[in-house]
Design a protein around this ligand. Structure first.
Ligand code: CA
Length: 510
């Protein structure tokens, strides 16, 4: 491959190296730029002389300020770029540049499972939820028995999932913030891929009582829907009885689930959650813009698209509040940013805690650069609504659903709403979720080639010029419909790679 760099925006004074092995000092590019030192792939080269204190510009925006003079052709490393302050939240433009609607895309469908509550599933799973960690091993034991002894008789059911977690007791359940894990778990229990209902296993003495979780005064109901099994109840004598009760309820629920069939559904029934993990400097020029293009296609088809990860949006918030559909939605965005600023400050941290060693190895100097690349996932359409942590999204179109950026916490929180997940990665992660298919998109071809049995779609072809953002965006859109229909399996589902649920609990533990 001839020496190649990618500049994203005409104003940029830095660009990233494309060549997989990096490029040595003395390399001359076709425009005459000469490298003054070795540069690894994905790291930034100064395209012209940048004076001390001058803005380092990528994506057309400052990602920081040069700590000393940077000559053209030199490596713009992390320590040479000073982190700028975040955009102030009290002087942001509100809905001043709301994008007009794009032309609708009609006729795109997938085969999904319709639920009584109007939601649509992309899988047909038996879910067994838990109110507290104490019961998790018992539920996992029962799940193994169900998989081996009962499930083979119900061929239309895709699997059994234990919704176990660390929450439920030893927590300040009335403290501010406790509503977040409880609300998230409530929506997980009613996930569309569980047919809108999970069995629930409770211990009995825990803080998170089934009535509080499901807000149903009839609970617990051992032998009638929604089947709440409380292990400390007097009628259950010993472990054998507990497991038998779970198996009995599971059999009844499996009979219902087994009668379900996939039916054609408009693409507007999709709720696609987007996130990135193990990002690199390519994420913002290949995978995330391609996902953004697919996000626009989904929005045009009437679907719901969630983008999240507050700390990776915070530094690009000035680009997002103008895109809100109205001033209230812009103010809701600011509310979520402010809440997270205060949450981090309580922990003695700020958004500079975000980039990981892997992000930095991948060429990202700081959270501003990461954020500018991250928001490319959100495409170009108007932001229609904002959901706070763990809220079930009802709106159509592009929605900001607040979550931490942590991969497993973001995924778990998005599960309150989504029926399909798209995950972009540069450094690579074998991440997956049991409840929804996870499509993994790589930002570089080298990763897709090293992990051909983990990466579902390679967006690295955009950097090498073999494909355009539009082509990869359409590839992803079609892949989403295939996966949602159960016609194509993601690699994570093929291998059964399903990360643990991780509820976001900002409230104290006792
Ligand atoms: Ca993430």
């Amino acid at each position: 491959m001839p020496p190649r760099y990618v500049r994203v925006h005409p104003r940029d004074n830095v660009a990233i190296i494309v060549n997989p092995e990096g490029l040595p000092a003395g390399t001359r590019f076709s425009d005459g730029l000469v490298l003054r030192e070795f540069l690894p792939q994905a790291h930034k080269v100064a395209l012209r002389d940048i004076e001390e204190g001058e803005a380092v510009i990528r994506y057309g925006h400052p990602i920081g300020y040069a700590t000393r003079r940077l000559a053209a052709g030199s490596w713009v490393r992390e320590e040479l770029v000073q982190l700028p302050p975040p955009p102030p939240l009290d002087e942001l433009p509100l809905a001043t540049a709301t994008p007009p609607p794009l032309p609708p895309l009609e006729g795109w469908t997938f085969e999904g499972y319709r639920n009584a509550d109007g939601s649509v599933g992309t899988k047909n799973l038996l879910g067994i939820a838990t109110t507290v960690q104490c019961v998790a091993p018992t539920v996992e034991y029962a799940v193994r028995r169900i998989q081996n002894e009962i499930l083979p008789r119900y061929p239309n059911v895709d699997g059994v999932v234990a919704l176990t977690h660390l929450y439920g007791c030893g927590v300040a359940i009335e403290a501010p913030g406790a509503e977040i894990p409880i609300r998230t778990l409530r929506h997980l229990c009613r996930h569309p891929n569980l047919g809108g209902d999970a069995l629930l296993v409770s211990l009995g003495c825990e803080k998170l009582q089934p009535e509080r979780l499901l807000a149903d005064p009839r609970l617990p109901l051992l032998d009638a829907p929604p089947y709440v099994i409380r292990l400390q109840d007097a009628e259950l004598r010993g472990f054998g009885d507990m497991v038998a009760a779970i198996l009995r309820a599971a059999e009844k629920r499996l009979e219902e689930l087994n009668a379900r069939r996939r039916v054609p559904c408009p693409a507007s029934e999709l709720v696609v959650g987007l996130q990135c993990g193990g990002s690199d400097a390519f994420s913002g020029v290949t995978a995330n813009p391609a996902v953004g293009y697919a996000a626009d296609l989904l929005v045009r088809a009437g679907a719901t698209v969630l983008f999240s990860e507050v700390t990776e949006v915070r530094d690009a918030i000035h680009l997002l509040t103008p895109r809100a559909i109205n001033e209230q939605v812009a103010r809701d965005l600011i509310r979520e940013m402010r809440w997270y600023d205060e949450y981090l400050a309580r922990g003695g941290a700020d958004r500079s805690a975000n980039p990981t060693p892997g992000n930095k190895r991948g060429g990202l100097v700081n959270v501003v650069e990461k954020a500018l690349g991250s928001v490319a996932k959100a495409g170009t359409t108007a932001i229609m609504a904002v959901a706070t942590h763990g809220e079930r999204v009802r709106a159509k179109g592009l929605v900001f659903a607040a979550t931490p950026a942590s991969d497993f916490i973001c995924g778990t929180t998005q599960l309150a709403s989504m029926n399909l997940h798209v995950f972009t990665t540069g450094e690579g992660s074998p991440y997956g979720l049991a409840l929804v298919p996870v499509i993994k998109v790589s930002s570089r071809t080298a990763l897709a080639e090293r992990w051909p049995d983990l990466i579902d779609l390679d967006a690295g072809r955009i950097a090498t010029g073999e494909a355009t953002i539009e082509q990869v965006g359409w590839d992803l859109f079609r892949l989403i419909l295939e996966v949602a229909s159960g016609r194509k399996k993601t690699w994570a589902d093929h291998w059964g790679l399903h990360n643990a649920l991780a509820l976001f609990n900002p409230a104290p533990v006792t």
